[in-house]
Design a protein around this ligand. Structure first.
Ligand code: PGA
Ligand code: ZN
Length: 420
C-alpha cells in the first residue's frame, strides 16, 4: 500500500509569470511537506479551452481557493488523483471551470500529484509511468517567435521550431537547440537583417517573411547538424486561428502581404513542407477546420500534423479528429482542460490512436520543471518548452535530471524517437 499523503492545507496567491502578467500559485501541504505549483498562462488560447480564471481574474481565483477549494480538499489523500480531480470538477460545477478557473484546477491538481510523490519519495515521472521503462521526450524549441508572441515588426507565423531528432541524451538535445538558436542570430547579423529582440518564448523576433525566416533557420540547422552530428530538423506552429478572418474567410499574412483562401492556405502549407522538409506542423489551419486538416494530413507524407487549438487536450475534440483523420500529433497543455486526470485521459486516447503527443509549455511560464516530469511520465515523445530563458531552461534541465535518475534506477530506454 502506498503511503497516504493527507492534505493539511491549501493556499493560493497571486504571482507573476514570465511575461510579467499575473497568475495563480498554490501551496499544498501534508504534515511536514509542502509543494508549490504555479499555473502557466497562454496568449494565443484556443476558443475551446476551459476558462483560465474566473470572472474577476486572479484575485478572484485566489479568493475561491480560500473559500471553496481549501476546505473541501483538506483531509483528502493527495495520492488519489482521480478523486482530487473529480472533487475539483464538483466544486466548480461548470463545464469550463468558470467558477474556480482552469489555471487553479491545474495548479491544485499538479500540486496534489507532486505532494504524493514527495511524501512517497518517488519522482513524479516514475509515479506517473508506473513500472515501465521511460524514454526522454525530444525537446521541440522556439528559435524565432512572431504572431501573438511578439509586437511590432515580426513574422506572421507564431513559432519557428527546431527539434534534434537523432540526439542521444537530454543534454545533447538541449545543446543542439541552443546552438541552433545562437547560429540563427549569427547568420542574421552577418546578413545585416534586423533582429528586434526576443519573443515571449525566447525565440528571436525578426523582420522577415515566412520564407526568408525558414531559409535562415534551415541554414543554421545544416551548420549545427554538420558540427554536432545531431540531425536538427525544422517545424512550425502556424497558430492559424490568429491569422484567420472568419468573416472574410481568409488567412491574413500582414508581413508577407498575402490573403489566402482556405485552399491557398493548404497549398502554401504543403509547399513549405516540401521545400523545408518540415518534420512538424502545428495548427496549419484554423481551430474548427477538422475536414481541411484531414485533407492536408493525407497529403503531408510523414510530417507530423499537430493539433493544438484544434484539440485543446480534450477527449471529445480528439474523437472528432479521429472521425475525420485530421491529425497524427497532439499538443498537451493540461490547463487547456483543467486537471491532470483529464489530460492523462486525452493523452491515452491520442496515443492509442497512434498520435505523437507533445507536452507543451505556455507562452507565459514559470521557473519550474514539473512539465518535464509529466512529459516523461506520460510517455510523450516530444516536449515543447522553448530553448533559452530561465522559465524554458528549467524544463530542459529537469529532463537532464530525469535522465540521470532513470539511468540510476535502470529504468531508462533512451531518447524518444519520432517518425521522420
Ligand atoms: P499560448 O500558445 O500563447 O496560448 O501558450 C502557444 C501555442 O500556440 O502553442
Ligand atoms: Zn500552438
Amino acid at each position: 500500500m502506498p503511503v497516504p499523503a493527507k492534505i493539511s492545507g491549501v493556499r493560493a496567491r497571486r504571482i507573476l509569470d514570465s511575461r510579467g502578467e499575473s497568475t495563480v500559485e498554490v501551496d499544498v501541504a501534508s504534515k511536514g511537506v509542502m509543494v508549490r505549483v504555479a499555473a502557466p498562462s497562454g496568449k494565443s488560447r484556443g476558443k475551446w479551452e476551459v476558462q483560465p480564471f474566473p470572472d474577476g481574474g486572479v484575485d478572484e481565483a485566489v479568493e475561491r481557493v480560500r473559500e471553496l477549494v481549501a476546505p473541501e480538499l483538506s483531509g483528502m489523500n493527495a495520492d488519489r488523483q482521480q478523486q482530487i480531480d473529480e472533487k475539483l470538477h464538483e466544486i466548480d460545477g461548470t463545464e469550463r471551470f468558470i467558477r474556480i478557473g482552469g489555471n487553479t484546477a491545474y495548479a491544485v491538481s499538479v500540486a496534489a500529484a507532486l505532494l504524493a510523490s514527495m511524501v512517497q519519495k518517488i519522482p513524479l515521472y516514475r509515479k506517473l509511468a508506473g513500472s515501465t521503462k521511460v524514454r526522454i521526450s525530444l525537446p521541440l524549441g522556439n528559435v524565432v517567435g512572431g504572431g501573438a508572441h511578439a509586437k511590432g515588426k515580426r513574422t506572421d507565423i507564431q513559432e519557428f521550431l527546431v527539434v534534434p531528432t537523432s540526439s542521444s541524451s537530454a543534454l545533447q538535445a538541449a545543446e543542439a537547440n541552443t546552438r541552433t538558436h545562437a547560429e540563427i542570430a549569427r547568420l542574421a547579423i552577418e546578413k545585416g537583417s534586423a533582429m528586434i529582440g526576443k519573443g515571449d518564448e525566447g525565440g528571436w523576433v525578426v523582420d522577415m517573411t515566412t520564407e526568408q525566416t525558414l531559409d535562415l533557420i534551415t541554414n543554421a540547422c545544416q551548420t549545427v547538424s554538420l558540427t554536432t552530428g545531431v540531425d536538427v530538423r525544422v517545424g512550425l506552429d502556424v497558430a492559424a486561428s490568429s491569422l484567420w478572418d472568419e468573416r472574410e474567410r481568409v488567412y491574413i499574412y500582414k508581413r508577407d502581404g498575402k490573403r489566402l483562401s482556405e485552399g491557398e492556405q493548404m497549398d502554401f502549407m504543403l509547399s513549405l513542407i516540401d521545400r523545408y522538409k518540415l518534420v512538424y506542423l502545428e495548427d496549419p489551419l484554423h481551430e474548427d477546420a477538422f475536414e481541411a486538416f484531414a485533407e492536408l494530413r493525407k497529403k503531408a507524407g510523414s510530417t507530423l500534423i499537430c493539433g493544438d487549438d484544434l484539440l485543446v487536450t480534450n477527449t471529445a475534440r480528439i474523437n472528432q479528429s479521429l472521425k475525420y483523420g485530421s491529425a497524427n500529433a497532439m499538443i498537451v497543455k493540461t490547463n487547456q482542460v483543467g486537471t491532470l486526470s483529464d489530460s492523462r485521459r486525452a493523452v491515452e486516447k491520442a496515443q492509442s490512436a497512434g498520435y505523437v503527443t507533445v507536452m507543451s509549455h505556455r507562452s507565459g511560464e514559470v521557473c519550474s520543471g514539473e512539465l518535464a516530469q509529466i512529459a516523461v511520465g506520460l510517455s510523450c515523445p516530444m516536449i515543447k518548452c522553448g530553448v533559452v530563458g530561465g522559465e524554458r531552461v528549467s524544463k530542459l534541465n529537469e529532463l537532464i535530471r530525469i535522465e540521470e535518475d532513470a539511468e540510476k534506477r535502470k529504468a531508462l530506454a533512451g531518447m524518444a524517437r519520432i517518425p521522420s
